[in-house]
Design a protein around this ligand. Sequence first.
Ligand SMILES: [Zn+2]
Length: 279
Amino acid sequence: MRICFTSDFHGSESLYQQLDELLRRERPELVILGGDMFPDGDPDDPTGTQGRYVQEAFIQRIEAWRDALPTTAFACILGNHDWRCTQHALHTYHEQGVLTLLDHRWIWAFRGVSFLGYPCTPPTPYFVKDFERLDRPGDALPETGGSTWDTRHLRVQKVSPHEHYAVRPTMEEELRKAVRPYGAWIFVCHCPPIASVLDRLPHLDFPVGSNAVRDFVAQRKPLLALHGHIHESPQVTGAYRDSIDGVLSINPGQVPDRLHAVLLDTDRPAETLRHTVYA
Ligand SMILES: [Zn+2]
């Protein structure tokens, strides 16, 4: 199966336009979007901003692609810049069959391959968001609080690091409970594995990926692991692919003005892998 994977558009119209051209030219059978595809939105009104963007711009685009490319399917995960209320909205489109929301609690099987998705990242130095978790039990809490979506009262709530992280499982604990697909499967996970060529930032001399993700990939052995989140990593390391205990793992990276995406055939991923920017 020929797939196209990209992520981290953060609402960039230019990147969506470039992806439009790529998809019409390449006509892949499946397009996977790896999270952080929307503008952050107003932290006081995520449904009226990010939610509105999803409804008015993003889904319109998916519908247009579905019309233009009737044999192409679309799947996505969310990222740490996305709100839980956006996940609820996308779940409605998932149930309507517009695009598939990948998750680690259920298996999506498509043309002989199974897919699992996972949106969370370890804490970032900015502020707490819905899809951030401690990487492993015992990790230090970050210093800054933030805003998350209160799913009971359907409104934004301000949270301290303790209020957010102490009541949620770590990434390691969540991934341990992931379902186990049979046969060939692909793991789509916003955060890259730690200590790879996929998780480096230009101003830091240490890796910033996830231990839990690395262990999960090494132990569960998907056919392929697709990541995003650390936009600059390919620029820093010169590489967008790595082998995590024998598993081909990819972070295409992203910049605002030039589409970073990969294309590959799941029958022979390593041999057919192409990047829109890197050789
Ligand atoms: Zn991003």
